[in-house]
Write a protein that binds this ligand. Structure first.
Ligand code: AGP
Length: 614
């Protein structure tokens, strides 16, 4: 949620820190700050709002921030409102700390520190960490040792960056439940919550393990696990593949919507050779065939948009393989003592792979140790915690997704889930060759169909004008389009701030029909599928009550626009894969409504891209 950057170098590091923060701003954007050690002092600047406010403040006296070691932070408030006093770094004496995550026992620790005479200037849990290190440093004047002594006192999940004026060559970092990478340079080293922050300065990274504490100097990186020095591999990444520029697009979200044909094509190619429709690629999940052969039950755990992908997968698994599949939001699953039956495949879906609830839910299922449990991460970040902690990694090849509203991550999750359904179905002889051939053929048409659906952009933009002044909106779908209705509603509320609900259209007369009037737009996902006639009846119920319908329908549906009934035609697509294609119009609709209402599309209020706290 928050973003950390730190550097120790021969050159001045202020601009590296600020550029890193800009690249991390998707993680949190309530406030930002940095500290640089210069001439034996901590020079700190903190500003409420976007990183640009910090950049402007630093630019007033840039020479104050000329230094060779420093830490910086972009915040998503948990303890204490977004305010300058709560922005990081937090300082105690000569020590400065940046922190991502939550210290759960901070209240008790704070009381003890106040009793010792420490004064608190913020409402944060982080300030406790700064004072504790300061306190222990008095007895052990070695920064690494003092930090090491403090860690066992802290309960929760966190990552830290720490500097001390008296050790101006040392940057200390800790990873315990929140992501942290070390960027390896030549004569300089860096830390960050996400490697994306450091791509302008290095493409070589070490991924810390949970519990690692590291000391960075310009020329050395020393890592300790349980007090013992350990080595972590250096991974070299292709920076071009991690391009995070907006290019010619006004927003990351729009760029990412337009990247979907390519992203889905890349994801599908993991399992399908172009033009081959009779079989899956032999190397696709080949190592895991024995594990997948034993699966008798599927449990999907995820949050938000990733949860909606799981809902679609439930329809697919049960319909195509007849394997029972349950889907649950991780924040509920983890606290209700669920039964995980033997021979379950637990699929954790997460774009970031760092979502705290999803990770905890996974750990809880692993603690139950059911016989034959297999865990799988469906994730866009190969180096994430989720991937490390699961038996099988099924990647989505979406490329970095920066917009807080998930778009290409969702459609690539769906594509990868279909590949998994096919793999399990074939491995267990639950899907016959005819069906496999049909679906492989349809999957190969997907990138073209997604591309064609982008041509609806102008028509959807016009449609979106009707939503600008609305307060509330319903999204309806049936069958495989029900999760897309939920996803459409989530997209609209998250970026346009219009209240929106997704409903299974069959549920209309069990409640939501009471809301229908001329002021509430109703978006309907209406491909010509096996539920189409039932859905048409639901649309009539709305129309008869003066509701205004905005319908995404297949060209073959022959739906005709009339008074209070607007139709945009979506390319024809097979029923099974239609949710992937129908995701595009709801994304575009939300995008254009948000732009029209002037909201911050890529960084909507109160949200963050990577939800690393529960
Ligand atoms: C989607 O638009 C949201 N920003 C959000 O619901 C997101 O999908 C959710 O927080 C889960 O994130 P994850 O996929 O990284 O686990």
């Amino acid at each position: 949620m928050c973003g950390i950057v730190g550097a120790v170098a021969e050159r001045n590091i202020a601009n590296i820190l600020l550029e890193g923060l800009k690249r991390l701003e998707y993680r949190g954007y309530d406030s930002a700050g940095l500290t640089v050690i210069r001439d034996g002092e901590l020079h700190r600047e903190r500003q409420v709002g976007k990183v640009q406010a910090l950049v402007d403040a630093v630019a007033i006296n840039p020479e104050f921030f000329d230094g060779h070691i420093g830490i910086a932070h972009t915040r998503w408030a948990t303890h204490g409102e977004p305010a300058q006093r709560n922005a990081h770094p937090h300082v105690s004496g000569k020590i400065a700390v940046v922190h991502n995550g939550i210290v759960e026992n901070y209240a008790e620790l704070k009381e003890e520190l106040i009793a010792k005479g420490y004064e608190f200037t913020s409402q944060t849990d982080t300030e406790v960490v700064a004072h504790l290190i300061n306190d222990l440093y008095k007895d052990t004047p070695d920064l690494l040792e003092a930090v090491r002594a403090v860690i066992p006192l802290l309960h929760g999940a966190f990552a830290l960056g720490i500097v001390h004026v008296d050790s101006p060559e040392e940057l200390i970092t800790v990873r315990l439940g929140s992501p942290l990478v070390i960027g390896v340079g030549i004569g300089e080293n860096f830390i960050a919550s996400d490697q994306l922050a450091l791509l302008p300065v290095t493409n070589r990274f070490m991924y810390l393990e949970e519990g690692d504490i590291a000391k960075l100097t310009r020329n050395s990186i020393t890592i300790y696990a349980d007090g013992v020095e350990v080595s972590r591999k250096i991974h070299e990444i292709d920076a071009k593949q991690h391009n995070a520029d907006k290019g010619e697009f006004k927003h990351y979200m729009l760029k990412e919507i337009y990247e979907q044909p390519d992203a889905v094509a890349r994801t599908i190619e993991m399992a399908i050779d172009n033009g081959v429709t009779s079989k899956l690629r032999e190397d696709f999940l080949q190592r895991h065939e024995t594990q997948l052969a034993g699966i008798r039950n599927i449990q999907v755990i995820a949050c938000g948009t990733s949860y909606h992908a799981g809902m679609v997968a439930k329809y697919w698994f049960e319909n195509l393989t007849r394997l029972p599949c349950s889907v649950e939001v991780a924040s509920e699953f983890r606290y209700r003592n669920p039964v995980v039956v033997d021979n379950s495949l637990v699929i954790c879906i997460s774009q970031s792979g760092e979502t705290a609830d999803t990770l905890s839910a996974l750990r809880d299922t692993q603690k139950q140790t059911p016989v034959g449990l297999v865990s799988l991460a469906l994730c866009n970040v190969p180096t994430s915690s989720l991937v490390r902690e699961t038996d099988i990694f099924l990647p989505t090849l979406a490329g970095p997704e920066i917009g807080v509203a998930s778009t290409k991550a969702f459609t690539t999750q769906l594509a990868a889930l279909m590949l998994l359904v096919l793999k399990i179905g074939v491995t267990q002889s639950r899907i016959d060759n005819e069906r496999l051939t049909t679906l492989l053929g349809e999957l190969q048409k997907l990138p073209g169909q997604l591309f064609a659906s982008l041509h609806l952009d102008a028509a959807i933009k016009t449609m979106s004008e009707s939503f600008e002044d609305k307060k509330s909106c319903l999204f309806l779908g049936r069958g495989l389009q029900f999760p897309i209705a939920l996803e459409g509603a989530l997209k609209l509320k998250e970026i346009s701030y219009i209240h929106a609900e997704g409903y299974a259209a069959g549920e209309l007369k069990h409640g939501p029909l009471a809301l229908v009037d001329k002021d509430m737009p109703i978006v309907v996902l209406a491909p010509k599928d096996s539920m189409f006639d039932k859905l048409k009846a639901n649309m009539q119920e709305v129309h008869a009550r003066h509701g205004e319908l905005f319908i995404f329908a297949s060209e073959s549906s022959k739906m005709v626009a009339e008074d209070r009934m607007h139709v945009v035609y979506v390319p024809d697509v097979c029923e099974t894969l239609a949710p992937i294609v129908y995701s595009v119009p709801v994304q575009l609709l939300s995008y254009h409504v948000a732009v029209m209402r002037g909201t911050d599309v890529d960084q909507p209020r109160n949200l963050a891209k990577s939800v690393t706290v529960e």
